[in-house]
Design a binder for this molecule. Structure first.
Ligand SMILES: [Cu+2]
Length: 525
């Protein structure tokens, strides 16, 4: 493999000047790809049938809130460092929340007032972003809400969105991939009456199971290494599910609900079962679909979630397996970017006697489709290299100003031949069209993150209904974490109709919660 081949693919001719920072970013991305030369991007990994499944799937504990004087549910989360024995006798340095790896699952109900008390016991700054959450920008935990070592950050808001599977993770500019890779991630389960009215499995850890999937690579000393990767970022060769390598789940009911979360930095999965059985997709990023969708596999790029219902019969075993995802890229790009891998994830072991489960409901929740023709505003976002619309994120620059209440149409296109993705903070959007066509059912529900295959136009419809604040931005960005770290991100503010964007303070950490140090948001790479 020569340098010219990927370079020409990555650096398309463009009218704008490629910044020095981008050039460095691209060079390092190519360098990562080349690092495993001979095994570019890690080569093809196939663990089908080779995983031992000798550990019970750990279930992250539920965070136990206290109720404060105002009636808010207060969740304490402590970011801390530690070690984890992924393999017997080998301690790997890891970070987590309240634990050495990953964090507790936060459960909250629509209408709850929540307060997150995040204590940073690390020796570095961090932030905690509530991915998929509708909340004020100052509570969002993006790059502006720095939490310094020893500080406590207390964002608070009212849960006001449908039942869904969300998650939390750091969003520290330039350090997100590293901190997530070390283990800083946890699930959020939101509940509401519409979901509770349905006959669905919802007994946490029994028939309602978080499945947090991450790919890792260990060095000779048993420590995490990001030495092998592709343009997409760090690529692991070992799956860790809820913090365990090769786990099995004892299924005790006829139907089990899996909440799949791709918490990997770069890898896209295509989840299905080794026996090609059908399952029912009931929810995507932002909540339930109008009706269950029968599928045999579902593609999830980093940050995406899916809730699926799986039927089992007594005594059987079946394996959740990721097969090579359709990334929409050519063979060489697929090979460089974890597109050819087959990975066993989790074995389901059905008990000899199963608790009967209710039939899956025919209908779930109403979902009114927005029409592109009704859009008040249309914005275009072109993703290329590590830039969106030819620019990288600058902490003091507002890229888009959104008026409260408007129906927004965001036209998003990956103009490269390599993978990207797109995530919008604060809202759940609907995909209006993909390359001019109606989206398939699995992409027709509420989404906050999408995979962007090359040269494909996505029209996203969204509405910002709350929390106008002209001085505090939300982010939109590629959710391939190394791209995000390289500044493939933009900032938008939501304003009252007629208002202009204000000035962004460098640190918009919520007042009264310990103000973080004012520091430049540039990091060397
Ligand atoms: Cu990207």
């Amino acid at each position: 493999m020569t340098r010219s081949s990927p370079a020409s693919r990555l650096r398309r001719p463009r009218a704008t000047v490629i910044s020095a920072a981008l050039a460095v970013g691209i060079a390092s991305a190519i360098g990562l790809g080349i690092a495993g030369c001979g095994a570019l991007g890690g080569g093809t990994i196939d663990t089908a049938g080779k995983v031992r499944f000798d550990r019970a799937l750990p279930i992250p504990p539920l965070a136990k809130p206290t109720i404060d004087a105002t009636g808010s549910k207060v969740f304490d989360l402590e970011a801390r460092a530690g070690t984890t024995a992924f393999r017997p006798g080998v301690e790997t340095t890891t970070w987590g929340f309240d634990d050495a790896y990953l964090g507790p699952t936060i459960v909250a109900e629509r209408g709850d007032d929540v307060r997150m008390r995040v204590t940073n016991r690390l020796t570095e700054e961090t932030t905690v972003h509530w991915h998929g959450m509708h909340l004020p920008a100052r509570m969002d935990g993006g790059p502006h809400q720095l939490v310094s070592p020893g500080e406590v950050w207390e964002p608070h808001w009212r849960i006001d969105q449908p039942a869904a599977t969300l998650w939390y993770h750091p969003h520290l500019h330039g350090e997100t991939e590293k901190q997530v890779q070390l283990g800083m991630a946890g699930m959020v389960i939101l509940k509401d009456r519409a979901e509770e009215a349905l006959n669905l499995p919802r007994s946490y850890g029994v028939d309602d199971i978080p499945v947090i999937v991450q790919d890792k690579r260990f060095d000779a000393q048993g420590q995490f290494t990001d030495a092998v990767g592709g343009f997409i970022g760090s690529i692991g060769d070992t799956l860790v599910v809820n913090g365990a390598i090769g786990p099995y789940l004892d299924v005790t009911s006829e139907t089990v609900r899996l909440r799949l979360l791709n918490a990997s930095p770069a890898r896209t999965y295509d989840f299905g079962f080794d026996d090609a059985r059908s399952f029912s997709l009931i929810a995507t990023d932002g909540g339930l679909l109008p009706a269950p969708v029968p599928l045999t596999h579902i593609r999830l790029s980093p940050g995406e979630r899916a809730e699926v219902l799986v039927h089992v019969v007594a005594g059987e075993r079946t394996t959740l397996r990721s097969v090579p995802p359709d990334l929409g890229v050519d063979r060489i790009n697929a090979g460089m970017n974890a597109g050819n891998d087959t990975l066993d994830v989790l074995q389901l072991r059905a008990a000899a006697v199963l608790t009967p489960s209710a039939p899956i409901p025919d209908q779930l929740v109403a979902l009114a489709r927005w029409r592109a023709a009704d859009a008040d505003v249309t914005r275009e976002f072109l993703l290329d290299g590590h830039e969106i619309n030819g620019r990288q994120m600058e902490s003091g620059r507002i890229d888009e100003t959104v008026e409260l209440g408007a129906l927004e149409q965001w036209v998003v296109t990956n103009t490269m031949d390599a993978p990207h993705s797109f995530h919008v903070h604060d809202v759940q959007f609907q995909i209006g069209t993909i390359a001019g066509k109606t989206p398939p059912p699995e992409l027709a529900g509420w989404k906050d993150t999408i995979y962007l295959p090359p040269q494909t136009e996505f029209r996203l419809l969204m509405r910002f209904t709350d929390y106008a604040d002209r001085n505090a931005p939300y982010m939109y960005h590629c959710h391939l974490l190394t791209h995000e770290d390289h500044g493939m991100m933009g900032q938008f503010v939501v304003v009252q109709p007629g208002q202009h964007a204000g000035t962004v303070p460098e640190d918009t950490t919520a007042a009264g919660s310990g103000s973080g140090p004012r520091q430049e948001m540039t990091h060397d790479h």
